[in-house]
Design a protein around this ligand. Structure first.
Ligand SMILES: [Zn+2]
Length: 320
């Protein structure tokens, strides 16, 4: 899919992107550029060290703050029988999509628009040309596209994001980061508003979610569930179940029910129920969800025990 959010703002010319690492320097700037490069090399080393330190601090903080995770992982370490997590992280993908992974991991940063555009206003990027260019810019989601055209007709184009299949990757990653960090568009868009940050439009976000993110999550989950079921196929399995509604009280519209294997903490089954599936009575959702999830799981695993909350309808179901 090719998408150009601000299509009306673009000048109709092909948005051919220049590689980001193109070094551009004019004669009078060469010395400056060399100095900059040297400084940058030193800075990079320093930054690396600082970053490492920061990561360590962050890691430490996370470990301290997230006590439950620590407990869970130490339990798993004591039980290598369930297989290392590496198996579930699909390490081979990291090799197959090496270029994409690098793009994802690449550092991005905030930059004030005016400061950045000044770089283009100063002089034409074509070597030997001293004409002053006219600079235009527009945003495509989170990506800034700059076009500088001088009086001699030299055109220089720049985009602040790399591109894959006609799509600016930073835009896709912004949508993915929003979803996968457990946020929603409204919240992150509000953050961007407060920050003065150019962000995806609502329609683009939902389009990306529908076309790329949901299918990817779906595919990964199906694969992961298959791996886990293989893991427990010869065992008597004890599961714990609980549901989470979209809102508290008796007005919930939908519910997500999880069945978790109790010793490993792996989620083995998920069931989503809508109030409309159960005669518009939200209290029935949990019972139906458990019933469906358990039926599916029992087809492939030997479930010997279920631990869940003790509402009367659930007790009745378990009794049956
Ligand atoms: Zn020029």
């Amino acid at each position: 899919m090719y998408y150009n959010e601000n299509a009306d703002l673009s000048d109709g010319e092909d948005d051919e992107l220049l590689p980001l690492d193109t070094e551009v320097g004019t004669d009078d700037q060469e010395n400056q550029a060399v100095d900059d490069q040297e400084n940058r090399a030193v800075d990079n080393l320093e930054n690396q060290a600082v970053v490492d330190q920061e990561n360590q601090v962050v890691d430490d903080q996370e470990n301290q703050a997230d006590a439950t995770t620590t407990t869970a992982s130490s339990v798993e370490e004591d039980r290598p029988v369930f297989g290392p997590h590496r198996k579930l992280s699909r390490g081979e993908d990291l090799f197959e999509f090496r270029k994409e992974v690098e793009m994802v991991k690449e550092k991005k940063f905030e930059c004030s628009l005016e400061l950045f555009l000044n770089l283009f206003v100063e002089c034409c990027r074509t070597p030997g040309c001293d004409k002053v260019p006219k600079v235009k810019h527009h945003f495509v989601g989170t990506t800034l596209v700059v076009t500088a055209k001088c009086h001699a007709g030299h055109i220089f184009k720049f985009a602040s994001s790399r591109e894959v299949n006609g799509l600016y990757v930073n835009n896709l990653q912004s949508a993915a980061a929003t979803l996968l960090s457990g946020n929603n568009f409204g919240k992150v868009n509000r953050l961007a508003d407060f920050l003065g940050l150019s962000f995806l439009s609502e329609s683009t976000f939902y389009q990306m979610q529908r076309l790329y993110l949901f299918p990817a999550v779906e595919e990964w989950w199906s694969w992961m569930r298959g791996e886990l079921l293989k893991e427990f196929s010869d065992e008597k399995v004890v599961v714990g179940g609980d549901g989470q509604c979209d809102s508290p009280g008796f007005t919930a519209k939908n519910l997500c029910y999880f069945l978790m294997e109790l010793t490993s903490g792996y989620i083995l089954e998920i069931e989503v129920r809508d109030k409309r599936h159960v005669g518009l009575a939200s209290t029935n959702m949990e019972k139906v969800a458990l019933q469906n999830a358990l039926t599916r799981l029992k087809r492939v695993l030997d479930v010997v025990e279920v631990a869940t909350d003790a509402s009367s309808s659930i007790k009745k179901l378990i009794g049956e």
